[in-house]
Ligand binder design. Structure first.
Ligand SMILES: Cc1cc2nc3c(=O)[nH]c(=O)nc-3n(C[C@H](O)[C@H](O)[C@H](O)COP(=O)(O)OP(=O)(O)OC[C@H]3O[C@@H](n4cnc5c(N)ncnc54)[C@H](O)[C@@H]3O)c2cc1C
Length: 465
């Protein structure tokens, strides 16, 4: 038997000093030779544990085999038959806790770099076939009409699945572009918007109509949408409402929610000034509060916009950080300073009410809390001050209350998330399904896609009686 190759092929990245000054993509993807070498490490084990680790059940060993045989159109076909957004997933999915965690080689050492190979296939398709050209044959129409509310990964996946089954699907999206967080939140240097747009176009090419600038709950309620002749609704409106520390001093000028900051920088393209004239504060000493992907993205954007010093201020230790390991390492390499076991006590302002500093406590870790992570406890008498002229609060998000407040009969939790059956996505309201961050609270792209897929299957069963 051939000896196992336990070393995965590294992917090139822009050098830290260079990339800290531009918004171009950091990770550069595999070359054909690198993809071949990595694909050849897959042992094609019969148990297919990796497929079980994938919320959308991509036939991972099969597309890797197709790469190995240099049959790229077949690799594309296999991948896209289960995942309409492979270029996105290949870049931002936390594979290390999903398909790569269950890969048989993970028991020995380095699992197959499934995400990098997925990205390779998606990028090959865009360069060689055009994302929308090769699409499955149109199915027979069922004459059923479905409204999908929200065009993030949950909504796009539900829409693609339902269109493939022959239903007439219209997505209603509040913003002027489709893609949800993929467009307005995750920065260009991690997920180029050209790739998101190509995958949104692919979903549209399956026959899905996308109505932009359509705020459901304002233009029409869910009941009115049903009255207009829609047979079923999928709610994928995400969790876009930011949470704050709740201190009165948080209202000082120069303090942003990460949502607002990232929306200005990414969606409204402040990073392309002067071509796009979107105002955003360019801080010189910036503190970002939080330890998730949103905090890493905010800190790295602030650095690229010209800050001299950017701090991540996080109340637990590095081990508890919810951000992807890869992104924490990228941020550290770029020069972001991590102030761990630190929590702001209050923000300090000048006479013009601009933030000029942040008084913080040192923290220590106590017993685990309900999340299973050790609870951070204030170290008495440990106060110190950091000079800052911009603060970005990245403490998590909740669903916007608009849909819940305009939809009688929808069950919601105390956090504002919509209650839906995990196995079907069905809410307690007739003809309404839901999935993604609106149900789970802020989570991941692939979990939102998995929920979209589960709900689409149940909606199809309902529509076919
Ligand atoms: C900055 C940032 C970085 C992240 N990084 C990662 C990462 O690296 N990896 C990862 O897996 N996950 C990451 N996430 C989380 C991931 O992006 C989300 O979990 C995922 O996008 C949720 O998908 P969704 O479809 O449920 O909602 P969203 O992507 O939020 O999409 C919801 C859509 O619904 C629209 N909408 C809302 N209300 C209405 C309404 N009333 N009418 C019509 N449309 C409406 C919104 O405009 C939006 O377009 C990140 C999140 C952020 C904010």
């Amino acid at each position: 038997m051939a000896k196992l190759n336990l070393n995965r092929v590294a992917m090139s990245r822009q050098a830290p000093k260079k990339r800290a000054k531009n918004f171009n993509e950091v990770a550069l993807g595999y070359s054909w030779e690198q993809a071949q070498e990595e694909a050849s490490r897959c042992i094609q084990c019969p148990k297919r544990n990796c497929v079980e680790g994938c919320p959308v059940e991509v036939d991972i060993p099969d597309f890797i085999k197709a790469i190995r045989e240099d049959d790229m159109p077949e690799a594309v076909r296999i991948l896209k038959s289960k995942n309409a957004l492979p270029g996105i997933c290949g870049r931002v999915c936390p594979q290390e806790t999903q398909c790569e965690a269950t890969c048989t080689l993970a028991k020995k050492e380095a699992p197959i770099a499934i995400g990098r190979l997925e990205r390779f296939v998606a990028d090959w398709e865009r360069a060689n076939m055009g994302a929308t050209k090769k699409r499955p044959k149109s199915p027979k129409s069922t004459d059923k009409k479905i409204a999908v509310v929200g065009s993030g990964p949950a909504g796009l996946t539900a829409a693609a699945e339902l269109a493939r089954l022959g239903h007439g699907v219209t997505i209603f999206e509040a913003l002027h572009v489709a893609g949800g967080v993929l467009m307005y939140g995750i920065p260009e240097f991690r997920l180029p918007k050209e790739i998101v747009q190509a995958e949104v176009d692919y979903v549209a090419s399956l026959g899905v109509k996308i109505e932009l600038d359509s705020v459901v709950g304002k233009l029409a309620t869910l009941d009115e949408i049903v009255a207009q002749g829609y047979d079923a609704i999928f709610l994928g409106t995400g969790a876009g409402l930011p949470m704050f520390m709740g201190y009165p001093s948080e209202n000082l000028n120069g303090i942003y929610s990460a949502n607002e900051f990232l929306t200005r920088v990414n969606l409204m393209k402040a990073y392309l000034f002067p071509d796009y004239d979107t105002p955003v504060k360019i801080g010189k000493q910036v503190a970002v509060i939080g330890g998730g992907n949103v905090a890493m993205d905010s800190a790295r954007c602030a650095l690229r916009l010209g800050a001299d010093k950017v701090y991540i201020v996080y109340r637990r230790s590095e081990a508890e950080m919810p951000a992807r390991r890869e992104e924490v390492e990228n941020a550290m390499e770029e020069g972001i300073e991590f102030k761990l076991l630190t929590n702001p006590k209050k923000f300090l302002g000048n006479e013009q009410n601009w933030v000029v500093g942040m008084e913080c406590h040192e923290m220590e870790l106590g017993e685990p809390d309900e999340s299973g992570r050790r609870r951070p406890v204030v170290k008495e008498g440990s106060e110190f001050t950091i000079d800052v002229d911009e603060v970005i609060v990245a403490l998590g998000t909740r669903p916007n209350p608009l849909i819940a407040s305009t939809t009688p009969g929808l069950d919601t939790t105390k956090w504002g998330t919509v209650v839906a059956d995990e196995a079907t996505g069905k809410t307690v309201k007739d003809r309404v399904w839901a999935g993604g961050d609106i149900v789970t609270g802020a989570a991941t792209v692939i979990s939102a896609m998995g929920a979209g897929k589960v709900a689409a299957a149940d909606m199809d069963r309902f529509l076919r009686g």
